[in-house]
Write a protein that binds this ligand. Structure first.
Ligand SMILES: Cc1ncc(COP(=O)(O)O)c(C=O)c1O
Length: 489
């Protein structure tokens, strides 16, 4: 019987390692899954049944199940319970087990968990792929000229590592932009040029969280952030998102955060804009737990309707918000440049650690970007992209119009490069996304971004990548597939 199996394993773990109870249960279940003692696709007893059988508190069971769901071992199906993930590859499961039992190590436990969950590489880039900008519009010839100029002018220092947070004129240009357009109050000194938001997240997690510390993550969430936190050994605590953004409640507050990761301007992927009340609530929670907030402002450059939004960092009186932005969507992703704005008291340790851990460089590239911004090319490139994305967005909204009604609503279309079509919970959005993929279109199931929730269904649809003509041609095909699904309800 499952409970006996788990109890035996938990007792063994308690004798060997002095772990808290929820960790014992998590580890016991994980090992039993990897061992095949709990089979792929098996349905687990409910948390109430497990609570009774194991004679532990419900919180202990829920914490263990949540962590296993976050790491991809378990999947929840609405109305029918929790199951062992069938797609945990067998070979990988064996490798994971060998690692966990200490024999021929291939991947660490962390490495196994990282490779078992959320794989962005599986996603094909074709019309409607979310999160991808149209970098074909980037002014390549101009960029080449600027790069050549900086290579010609390059003096030996520019070929060295970058020691002080990045090329000073680029840091100044970023600071000027953020002060004016994002109301971030800052000194140039606080800006660190990184190789993108992913690196900003990793650096923040490495420097501010210890192994096992809790990070609050929005649920549904941006995969890149989840992976960065998993990689740094943080305990991921999912916090529900509603129409006003991240919505912590009493249960969340019992899991004291060390870090809070949020996308307040345009929640990724639902698109919710965090209300002022929520922003203040989050800042006050952070203050009461002495926690840090990581604000990922990934697509605010493209705002199409609604009042202009300022950043959460702009409201921060207490110096607890680390603000991060990226040039991946506004210029092109392979540029691999972004910025992290840290509170003054963190400037020195962050610059030092950035240097020690990453050995940043690419000064001629940074110099070309600084000049690109100073000469006004960045602003005009943004203006052009904004216009072009606004047309694509409008075209997609019109194509989806016939789907909208009681069962389907659009959220998050005011900004960015994607919108979210919310569907009723009984829709299998992953199956729908697969059917749409057979038509040569890529959308993502909203539930695929969920960490612990089972009540969120929909499609995340991008309009950044495909040209207007493709959106006009493929929009009705997409709408027809969605409507066919809605008719089944
Ligand atoms: C929510 C979110 N944050 C950040 C990024 C950008 O990350 P990077 O600068 O590492 O390319 C993305 C890119 O897709 C994103 O979707």
């Amino acid at each position: 019987m499952l409970s006996e199996l788990l109890l035996t394993e938990m007792t063994r773990l308690a004798e060997k390692d002095n772990m808290p109870l929820h960790r014992q249960l998590y580890e016991a279940m994980r090992r039993s899954i990897l061992d095949g003692k709990i089979g792929a696709g098996d349905r687990l007893p409910s948390s109430r049944e497990l609570t009774q059988d194991l004679k532990v508190s419900r919180n202990t069971v829920v914490a263990a199940l949540n962590q296993l769901s976050v790491e991809g071992y378990l999947l929840s199906r609405v109305g029918s319970g929790t199951y062992v993930n069938e797609s945990l590859p067998k070979a990988q499961a064996k490798a994971q087990h060998r690692n966990s039992s200490g024999s021929p190590a291939q991947l660490s436990k962390r490495g196994s968990a990282l490779s078992a969950t959320f794989c962005a590489t599986q996603l094909e880039v074709q019309p409607f792929t979310p999160g991808i900008a149209d970098f074909s519009a980037f002014p390549v010839a101009l960029w080449q000229r600027l790069q050549n100029k900086h290579w010609r002018m390059t003096y030996p220092d520019m070929l060295d590592y970058s020691y002080s947070g990045g090329y000073a004129p680029l840091r100044r240009a970023v600071a000027d932009y953020l002060r004016v357009f994002r109301s971030v109050p800052l000194d140039v000194d606080q800006v660190i040029i990184t190789s993108g938001t992913q690196q900003s997240l990793e650096l923040s997690a490495q420097l501010l969280g210890d192994h096992g510390d809790t990070v609050w993550v929005e649920d549904p969430a941006y995969w890149g952030a989840v992976k960065a936190f998993m990689a740094t050994g943080l305990h991921i605590h999912p916090v529900r998102v509603d129409q006003h953004g991240m919505a912590p409640d009493g249960g969340d507050v019992q899991n004291a955060p060390r870090l809070i990761y949020t996308t307040p301007s345009h929640q990724y992927p639902t698109g919710a804009v965090m209300s002022l009340a929520r922003r203040q609530q989050l800042l006050s929670i952070a203050a009461s737990y002495n926690a840090w907030i990581l604000e990922d402002d990934y697509d605010s450059e493209f705002r199409f309707s609604g009042p202009p939004l300022s950043s959460l960092a702009g409201l921060d009186q207490d110096e607890r918000v680390l603000y991060m932005g990226s040039f991946s969507k506004v210029l092109y992703p392979g540029l691999k440049l972004g910025y992290l704005v840290v509170p003054k008291r963190l400037v020195d340790p962050f610059k030092q650690a950035h240097y020690d851990l990453n050995r940043p460089g690419q000064m001629p590239l940074q110099a070309a970007l600084a000049e690109f911004i100073e000469l006004g090319h960045f602003a005009s490139s943004l203006r052009r992209s904004r216009q072009s994305y606004a047309q694509r967005r409008q075209c997609l909204l019109e194509a989806l119009q016939p789907c909208l009604g009681k069962h389907a609503q659009i959220t998050g279309a005011e900004q960015g490069l994607h919108l979210c079509l919310r569907l009723p919970t009984q829709v299998d959005d992953k199956a729908l996304a697969r059917r749409i993929a057979e038509l040569g279109l890529t959308v993502r199931a909203l539930s695929a971004y969920c960490l612990a929730r089972t009540d969120v269904k929909g499609l995340v649809i991008g309009y950044g990548y495909a040209p207007l003509a493709d959106i006009a041609r493929c929009g009705p095909i997409l709408a027809k597939a969605i409507n066919a699904e809605l008719k089944k309800i």
